[in-house]
Design a binder for this molecule. Structure first.
Ligand SMILES: [Zn+2]
Length: 427
């Protein structure tokens, strides 16, 4: 089964919002007006054209050729060319999807149903398309890397990340989905049939390579992980200077397991005490690690005194094992302390993958399919959460999307002809 996405062909498609079909037909009658319209649109969304690497973009644009799209009822599509580097850009009006007869409106309905957790088969049925057409559409979106799409949304590469692997099933085999999340966006959603450090390093390495290609000086400052050996090793390998912290909420939830045999109310009381202890240490402005060390020792003494030697010893050795990860969280105030946002992303993926037989499609590209789902996760606005209703994950994380329409954003951001325009320096 294919584990990696097929190599991208260099596509220089530009999805342009031409309002409606009548406006588009009018523009087709006037080459100069057409090019001006396209350039104005690119300016309005804050992007640049993706010229060849040798080109400074200083040339002018001419109409290159046009061709009729038979499948789309003879719709004319124009190409424009840079006079300097000869790069050719295919201009697609927003009411057409690249290489697909499915209309964007049908795709919009099917994708939002998919994102909501409906099975591919049901999404296809209600939208009158084939499940395979929907599967291929999601894979096509996933050909575009999450990193490049998120950078086009003006998000900085994340200095602090949450990394963990979701366990899933593919046919009958257990598979792992190495994931990197920062704030409300997924930066990496990989696919691995093996849980070795080598396999995870390969998967997380895809994120690292994409990030370094954009910014050679990129360094991860800190990563919150669950302490699983393969994850720890792959993070150390890929991001040598990064702090590796363990989630404090997981610590809280694990404590009762370390107190087996004690009555539930007693375990609950100790858990609350541990919660207060961690909370107070996080509130401190200085000497947080020292404070945590002292409080953990006192906490263990308390357990030994009240519940006996055996419990005290079990909790002590557990803490001995984990405390370096908790210290790492407290050492740097910017370190994420809890993996809640990653758990949420995983739960959202779980609902989809559970319902999706398409995921098990033999010969399909799981990597591309997963990346496609991650794009939907990042770009479809929240429906329910009152606080962020109407915003998508990218916006909640502080990024900017080209337009107020998520489907149009998805089309634009996965168009290969656009390049991210860096912010002018601030004064
Ligand atoms: Zn050029």
């Amino acid at each position: 089964m294919a584990q990696t996405a097929k190599p991208k062909r260099q596509n220089r498609t530009l999805t342009v919002d031409c309002h409606d079909q009548a406006t588009y037909s009018q523009l087709l009658g006037n080459g100069k007006a057409f090019i001006e319209f396209v350039l104005a649109f690119i300016l309005s969304i804050g992007f640049q054209l993706h010229h060849k690497s040798t080109c400074d973009g200083g040339g002018s644009l001419t109409r290159h050729s046009h061709y009729a799209r038979v499948r789309l009822g003879g719709l004319t599509i124009w190409r424009i060319q840079c006079t300097r580097c000869r790069a050719v850009f295919t201009v697609l009006p927003q009411f057409v999807l690249r290489y697909r007869c499915m209309s964007p409106e049908v795709a919009r309905q099917a994708l939002i149903a998919t994102h909501g957790g409906l099975s591919l088969e049901w999404c296809a049925t209600i939208c009158h398309i084939s499940p395979m057409a929907l599967y291929r559409l999601i894979c096509a979106l996933g050909q575009h890397s999450l990193v490049s799409v998120l950078l086009k949304c003006h998000l900085p590469l994340p200095a602090y990340i949450l990394a963990d692997e979701k366990h899933s099933k593919c046919l009958t085999a257990c598979v792992y989905l190495p994931t990197i999340v920062s704030s409300r966006v997924i930066w990496h959603l990989g696919y691995s049939e093996c849980k070795s450090a080598v396999a995870f390093t390969e998967s997380y390495g895809q994120f690292q390579r994409a990030a370094l290609a954009h910014e050679p000086s990129y360094r991860v400052q800190g990563a919150l992980i669950d302490g699983f050996d393969s994850t720890t090793k792959s993070m150390r390998m890929l991001f040598p200077g990064a702090r590796l912290g363990y989630c404090l909420r997981h610590a809280l939830n694990k404590l009762p397991d370390k107190l087996v045999g004690l009555a539930a109310p007693v375990r609950q009381k100790l858990r609350s005490k541990f919660h207060a202890l961690l909370h107070r240490c996080r509130q401190r402005k200085s000497l947080r690690v020292v404070a945590l060390g002292q409080r953990l020792r006192r906490f263990v003494d308390h357990i030994t005194a009240t519940e006996g030697e055996e419990h005290g010893e079990r909790v002590r050795s557990w803490m001995e094992d984990k405390k370096s990860g908790w210290y790492a969280v407290l050492e740097d105030p910017k370190m994420p302390a809890m993996s809640t946002l990653l758990d949420q992303a995983h739960n959202a993926m779980d609902r989809k993958l559970f319902a999706m037989k398409g995921f098990h499609h033999a010969g399909g590209s799981q990597a591309a399919f997963l990346s496609g789902l991650a794009h939907l996760y990042n770009l479809i606005p929240y429906q329910r959460r009152a606080k962020n209703a109407g915003l998508c994950g990218v916006e909640v994380a502080g990024g900017r999307v080209p337009t107020s329409d998520w489907m149009l954003n998805l089309q634009i951001l996965t168009s290969g002809g656009y390049r991210y325009a860096p912010e002018p320096p601030h004064h």
